[in-house]
Design a protein around this ligand. Structure first.
Ligand SMILES: [Zn+2]
Ligand SMILES: [Zn+2]
Length: 373
């Protein structure tokens, strides 16, 4: 396997040296597309902008399995200088997925088709949606993602077969009252009074505490230039988090009711708009079992961790949200990463990369064998 170890390290070094921000992964995508073609994959480009899909058909009937890597880096200010840095490890993810694809093309797959998706703009949380809109997930039966983990979650030679990201959404609310002269408040509806009641009502939202979730007011803007008139508009924003999608739905429902009814109590009109966000992880038990076997075969029983729950978000989970029939799995790979993801000085043990490649190769072979025909 030493050749593969060299391959993944080389690809990683090349990608690491050309970090690009979301939707601008032009050099990264061009390099990956060239490598895929050279390895014998058929390549389609332009998914969600810079996204690419490499396909390899075994010629035998069977399911379509996809390995997904993200490509984008992050913008940082280091010593007053604007820099683009691969501080979330997406260069490592792309290097591992490409190398696993090369290995599988050489050794062959038991049946069906292998697809490799290199997705743009994960950090902007819209890359997956744009990729889906361009049809990248059409016909896919199983999809796997992989992400490096900080050292607090997993060490080198350890991996989790299921990384449970939470759902996170941003909502905005508009409270519309009626303006009036400050001397005649009874002729108006004060949007600030109504908005204050809305904040209290939102703070009073109760959800079953066995599932972690929160909603917080993150913006309160009202009033303005005229200080002797009744303000007729207040704007609020809320940050919502939940570890499960059904709980997020409940939270959004209760937030909407709290805003509308608390505002109505003052004669104002409250409206809620969801500004964006990502759903929580929903994995197939079968794919978790496949990942578990794959990790154990590569890292041994001591390397296999329990599922990990993380409050962070991942737009990968839109795949299942849009295509509920797709069976998804997601591996968290330990690599002694410190001081943390999104830190400009983030670093880790590169020996983890060939292990990640081997795990992905095992995942594909095991999943296809299990679900063949
Ligand atoms: Zn990130
Ligand atoms: Zn990331």
């Amino acid at each position: 396997m030493s050749t593969h170890e060299n391959t993944v390290q080389t690809i990683y070094q090349i990608l690491h040296a050309m970090p690009e921000i979301g939707f601008q992964e032009f050099k990264t995508a061009a390099y990956l597309a060239e490598e895929l073609k050279a390895a014998g994959f058929s390549v389609k480009t332009g998914f969600g902008g810079t996204g690419i899909v490499g396909s390899y058909d075994s010629g035998q009937p069977g399911p379509v399995i996809m390995l997904r890597a993200d490509m984008d880096a992050l913008a940082h200010t280091v010593h007053g200088e604007e820099k683009c840095i691969h501080s979330c490890g997406h260069d490592a993810h792309s290097a591992m997925v490409l190398t696993a694809g090369k290995v599988l093309k050489e050794t062959g797959i038991p049946c069906g088709q292998l697809k490799l998706l290199f997705q743009p703009a994960e950090e902007k949380l819209t890359g997956a949606l744009n990729t889906i809109a361009d049809g990248a997930l059409e016909g896919v039966d199983m999809v796997f993602g992989i992400h490096l983990r900080p050292e607090q979650e997993a060490r080198i030679n350890q991996a989790t077969p299921a990384l449970y990201h939470g759902a996170s959404y941003i909502a905005e609310a508009k409270i519309e009252g009626l303006t009036a002269h400050g001397a005649r408040p009874h002729l108006g509806v004060n949007a600030i009074d109504a908005a204050a009641a809305v904040v209290q009502a939102v703070n009073g939202i109760r959800i079953n505490p066995v599932v972690p979730c929160t909603v917080k007011t993150t913006k309160f803007q009202a009033g303005g230039a005229t200080l002797n008139a009744i303000p007729d508009l207040a704007e609020l924003a809320f940050d919502l988090r939940a570890q499960r999608n059904d709980v997020m739905d409940e939270l959004i429902g209760k937030l909407t009711r709290a805003v509308e009814s608390a505002a109505a109590g003052f004669g104002a009109k409250g409206t809620v708009t969801i500004k964006g966000g990502v759903p929580a992880a929903e994995y197939s038990e079968e794919m978790i079992a496949v990942a578990r076997e794959a990790i154990q075969s590569v890292l041994g029983p001591t390397g296999l961790l329990d599922p990990i729950v993380t409050p962070g978000g991942e737009d990968f989970h839109f795949f299942v949200k849009k295509y509920p029939a797709i069976k998804a799995g997601y591996i968290g790979l330990g690599c002694d990463l410190k001081p943390g993801l999104h830190h400009p000085a983030m670093s880790y043990n590169l020996d983890a990369l060939p292990k990640g490649v081997k795990i992905l190769v095992e995942v594909v072979n095991r999943a296809l064998r299990k679900y063949a025909g």
